[in-house]
Design a binder for this molecule. Structure first.
Ligand SMILES: [Zn+2]
Length: 295
């Protein structure tokens, strides 16, 4: 059955169906569509109670300041990217989870706010990370009362939002003139997606309601007064997504515990074998983009 693209309204064909292969929260079947006009990949219908597909174990919360320090280490490349453009100022992170990046941003001298839907994460952000955390699952509303900011960061968040465009609009409106939006998201043009299809880690149905091509995001952000300053599928985080992606996607091929173990090893081999292809710009599993407000 055809449906209309939630971005441009073009009639879109069903592309594939999937299940929650990553977390097995549900046994439901989800329908993924591909828009022939803007290339957006989207789930339709989007489940109404999306929050119920996030298990309690979804968010890891460190036990202490020491474990926060260790756990935030993989996020270090993010603050290095941000500081290539802005050294300090007011920074907002949308969807920080327990706040590895928020913590590093604070340590680097930024004044940090966070909008997070998980109440336990918010508590940790306030009490341990020490940033101003707004507990809300409505980022658009929360943004209206926040800022303005020199930087707003959304690390692997936008693909989870049924109102992604509205959130981007509200985000860009709260960035100071000359300020930046930094975001990362799965790349639907990834080589890995072509090979693994519905089993690809980043299909992550139904939590990833959209997969947005880089080209489309650039166009959308330009309409909001933002210019793409930098983009890549080869930053540290995206390269990590490549390796982890093969492992999990292969595991997703079977529900048998013993076979999963073998598939995990094959996934590791695939990661090595295909690394030269995935390292080509535009072919990696995720992208990071930096936009500057120029209007
Ligand atoms: Zn479209």
């Amino acid at each position: 059955m055809k449906t209309l693209c939630p971005n441009c309204g073009a009639e879109s064909q069903p592309w594939f169906t999937s299940k929650d292969y990553n977390r097995h929260v549900t046994n439901e079947v989800f329908h993924h569509y591909h828009c022939p006009e803007c290339e957006l990949i989207f789930i339709s219908p989007v489940p109404e109670n999306l929050g119920s597909y996030y298990p309690d174990t979804y968010h890891f919360i460190p036990e202490s300041m020491d474990s926060l320090e260790k756990a935030s280490e993989p996020d270090r490349y993010k603050i290095e990217i941000v500081q290539r453009f802005v050294k300090a100022g007011n920074l907002l992170e949308i969807g920080p989870s327990y706040g590895g990046f928020s913590y590093l941003a604070k340590k680097a001298g930024f004044c940090v706010d966070a909008i997070e839907m998980n109440a336990k994460c918010c508590e940790f952000l306030r009490d341990v990370v020490g940033v101003h955390a707004i507990n809300s699952d409505d980022a658009v509303q929360a943004l209206r009362e926040a800022g303005p900011y020199d930087v707003i960061a959304l690390w692997h968040v936008i693909e989870h939002l049924p109102n992604a465009w509205e959130t981007l609009e509200a985000t860009c409106a709260r960035v100071k003139p000359g300020g930046y939006v930094v975001l990362a998201s799965p790349n639907p043009d990834a080589f890995q997606f072509r090979v693994m299809g519905r089993y690809w880690l980043h299909v992550d149905a139904p939590r990833h309601v959209m997969l947005i091509p880089m080209k489309l995001l650039v166009t959308k952000m330009e309409q909001l007064g933002m210019k793409a300053e930098w983009m890549t599928t080869g930053d540290e985080g995206s390269l990590r997504c490549n390796v982890g992606g093969w492992e999990v996607s292969f595991i997703n091929l079977s529900s048998h515990r013993y076979i999963k173990r073998i598939l995990h090893r094959i996934g590791r081999l695939a990661a090595r074998l295909f690394a030269p292809i995935e390292r080509r710009e535009g072919k990696g599993s995720a992208y990071t983009m930096v936009f500057k407000r120029v209007d």
